[in-house]
Every structure is written in structure tokens, then in C-alpha cells.
Design a protein around this ligand. Structure first.
Ligand code: PMV
Length: 336
């Protein structure tokens, strides 16, 4: 699906990109530098094959300011801060000072804790760089995408992806890379949509509130640090039981740290809990499934292909649940 609200001008510098969303197995939750989106810990994700953002970036010296259309709606300037940050960085590298028109469409629920900011900001980064014919490698692009939205730095890469916390103050070593290809360990991924509407708590605010008011934040960071390493190892060793246990505890601990903020940050609804209880019960029965939940009420279930049908059928018995199915896929790429 690709929809444009405005025709592209013939003298514009244009590029179009599809960038997938990604789901963290070891979560990013906490910034050590808010302006640069530098994380308190490394994180590990899987890139989704089919769900993401189709983004067109058009630069033209006749545009006096930037204009952004998300899902065919013109965004208010106040909602485009992250987007402008990326455009300004790209313009800086290219020494270009024209305005941009950005048109982006998501093929999955936007801002519902399914990382639409990851797909959107990574698509924007790659498309803007391509439009201005910048020759930047993926590592550099991930450094730029991270400054739009932290998790966006991971969507540029295929398969299983690690975003290094990094140590340097300017963030130049806080970048992502692929640790295993998309077909390294095939999973079926079921996205259980319990509520497709936008979430109340934007992740940046929620992370900051957790850091400032949750007594569990410090414990979360310590835990997240070693779990990111263990999750990477569990993936590389294809140790399903270990990965299942680590990914679920990592997710619950992230949410627990947020729930303990004041006021509490609670993303889940009744069905969220129903899905995660069901997945745990299925695993006890010997089926290869585990869950994870980003900053929203929807649950992402990772299933090994041999058990996928049974797991999917069990989930269909939960009322009012929409199920999307995908696999692990490639990173952001240019499209025509
Ligand atoms: O990149 P942001 O600011 O949308 O934050 C993402 C936070 C989580 O999705 C909850 C975790 C993660 O690592 O993606």
C-alpha cells in the first residue's frame, strides 16, 4: 500500500523507502542523554517482515518549510519535532537548505506500542539521505535515525539486531548492527491487537517518568544490561527455552518498572493479560511460543513454525482480538 496526498514536483530531489517495524526482545527503556536519545542499556530486537512505513521524502528549494503527512493527514508543526531533527541532520551532512515534504503511510496500527516510530523514523532517515544522494553507511544512518527515535536505529538492519548502548558522550558508538540474518532462526510472529488506538503515554515521556519516579528503575537498568547480553547469546545459540524465559522476564520487568512510576504507567488491558497467560499456558503444554509487549497494550507472540498453527488457533479463541502474522525480515530499503 502506498498513498500520496500531494504529487511530487518534477524538479524535486526524491526518494521512497519501506522500513519495517522492529520488536525488542531485550528492551530499551531509559535514556542517559535525552537530546541524543542515548540509552541506559543495550537492546536486541527482531525486524518484522511485513509491517512498517512507506515513506516518500521530497526536497525542493521552493518549499519554505517542512511539511509532514502521516497516514494522509497533515501533521501540526508541534508533532514533527523528531522528524525535523532527522531532516536537519541530513541537511547538515548534505549542506542543503531547502524544505522537505514527507509523506508516510503505515500498514499497521500507528503509535499503539508496535514501534511505528521505529519504522517511520528509520524510513525517513534512509529516504532523506537517498534523496540528497548522501553516501552514508548503515552504521552512520543508524546514528542519525536513533536521534529521531531510539528504536528506529534497529529497523535499518535485517534479522536479529543489537543496538549498542555505547560509551562516547556524542553518541557516535551508540549504533545498531545485525547479529543474525532474517533466515538464521525462522520464527512466526503473531501480533495480537487488543486495542488499535493510539497509546496515552508516549515512550519518551514514559521513560523519563520511570527514570525520575520509579524506585525500580535502577534495578531495571542493571537487569537490562546483563539480559541484553544473555538474549544475544540465546539467539546465537538458538536456545528457545532460554530465549523465551529471558524475553518474557525482560518485558515484564520493563513494564513493572513503568507501573511503579508515580503516577503509574500501565499499558496493559484485560486482554493483554489474557494473551500473556494463554501463551504461558501453551508453553507449559510444550508448544514453542513466548510473548513480548512494547509500550502499548498489544502482545507480540514469537512461535516456532512447527507449533504455529496450534498456537494461532488457541489465540483465536480469545474474544475481540485481531491477529496479524508475519516473520522476521529484512531492514529498510528503497522502493520505486
Ligand atoms: O524508540 P522509542 O522512543 O519509540 O521507544 C521504544 C521503547 C520500547 O518499544 C518499549 C522498547 C524498545 O526497545 O523498542
Amino acid at each position: 500500500m502506498q498513498v500520496e496526498v500531494k504529487p511530487v514536483l518534477s524538479d524535486s530531489k526524491v526518494a521512497k523507502v519501506f522500513s519495517p517495524s522492529n520488536i525488542a526482545l531485550a528492551k530499551y527503556w531509559g535514556k542517559r542523554d535525552v537530546a541524543l536519545n542515548l540509552p541506559t542499556n543495550s537492546s536486541v530486537s527482531a525486524t518484522l517482515k511485513d509491517f512498517g512505513s512507506f515513506t516518500t521524502v521530497e526536497f525542493n528549494s521552493s518549499f519554505s518549510s517542512d511539511e509532514v503527512y502521516l497516514n494522509r493527514q497533515l501533521l501540526a508543526a508541534s508533532a514533527t519535532t523528531k522528524i525535523k531533527r532527522v531532516l536537519d541532520l541530513i541537511r547538515g551532512y548534505a549542506q542543503y537548505d531547502g524544505g522537505a515534504r514527507v509523506q508516510s503511510v503505515n500498514n499497521f496500527p500507528t503509535a499503539a506500542g508496535l514501534a511505528s516510530s521505529a519504522s517511520g523514523l528509520s524510513a525517513l532517515t534512509l529516504a532523506a539521505a537517498k534523496a540528497l544522494q548522501l553516501d552514508l553507511n548503515l552504521t552512520k544512518l543508524s546514528e542519525i535515525a536513533r536521534q529521531g527515535s531510539g528504536s528506529a536505529c534497529r529497523s535499518l538492519f535485517a534479522g536479529f539486531v543489537k543496538w549498542q548502548r555505547g560509551e562516547i558522550a556524542d553518541g557516535s558508538d551508540s549504533v545498531a548492527n545485525s547479529i543474525a540474518a532474517a533466515n538464521f532462526w525462522p520464527f512466526k510472529i503473531i501480533i495480537a491487537i487488543t486495542n488499535a488506538h493510539s497509546k496515552a503515554n508516549a515512550s519518551t515521556n514514559a521513560m523519563q517518568a520511570t527514570k525520575e519516579t520509579s524506585p525500580y528503575f535502577e534495578a531495571w537498568v542493571k537487569n537490562a544490561h546483563w539480559q541484553a547480553q544473555q538474549i544475544e547469546q540465546a539467539i546465537l545459540q538458538k536456545d528457545f527455552s532460554l530465549l523465551a524465559e529471558l524475553a518474557e522476564t525482560n518485558c515484564i520487568r520493563m513494564h513493572a518498572s513503568a507501573m511503579a512510576a508515580n503516577p503509574p504507567i500501565l499499558y496493559w488491558n484485560q486482554q493483554t493479560i489474557q494473551v500473556l497467560t494463554e501463551v504461558q499456558a501453551l508453553r507449559k503444554k510444550g508448544l514453542a511460543a513466548f510473548f513480548t509487549i512494547d509500550a502499548g497494550p498489544n502482545v507480540v507472540v514469537f512461535a516456532l513454525p512447527q507449533d504455529f498453527e496450534k498456537i494461532y488457533n488457541h489465540l483465536t479463541s480469545i474474544a475481540n482480538l485481531d491477529l496479524l502474522v508475519t516473520e522476521i525480515g529484512e531492514g529498510a530499503k528503497s522502493i520505486l
